[in-house]
Design a protein. Structure first.
Length: 135
């Protein structure tokens, strides 16, 4: 039986395997996740958690850019998109996987595994089959 954090990490791994590599695909995932997380912690909360995740991921991927200084949510992920687009698809995918895992680890430590997993499933419209197979 998988632990709750293994379920969450499996969701991310499964999602990354199903979606094409590339900066545009990564940003779509982040935008969907941001919408759900913001509904729980607000924009400032999301931006702080995201910035912390980038900071924690930078030792492995120093080229990851920090968040935008723009107050407009539409530009929130512009630095990430630029950073990912400048890398090979494999490198960009690995960095995005680490960033997503780090972000969700932080969120789960604050609001719990059950709510975090629910947010991921809602954000990325996980099917019922995936839910029952891994829960």
């Amino acid at each position: 039986m998988e632990t709750p954090d293994q379920v969450r990490h499996h969701i991310i791994d499964s999602l990354m395997a199903r979606h094409p590599e590339g900066a545009d695909a990564a940003i779509v995932l982040w935008e969907k996740l941001a919408t759900e997380v913001i509904s729980v912690v607000g924009e400032g909360g999301f931006d702080s958690l995201y910035a912390r995740s980038v900071f924690l991921s930078q030792p492995r991927f120093p080229w990851l850019a920090a968040g935008s200084s723009s107050p407009q949510a539409a530009h929130r992920f512009a630095p990430l998109k630029t950073s990912l687009a400048a890398q090979t698809p494999v490198q960009a995918s690995e960095a995005n996987r680490l960033l997503l895992t780090t972000f969700t680890d932080i969120v789960a430590s604050l609001i719990g595994e059950t709510l975090t997993t629910g947010i991921l499933r809602s954000a990325w419209a996980m099917s019922q089959r995936t839910r029952t197979a891994r829960s």
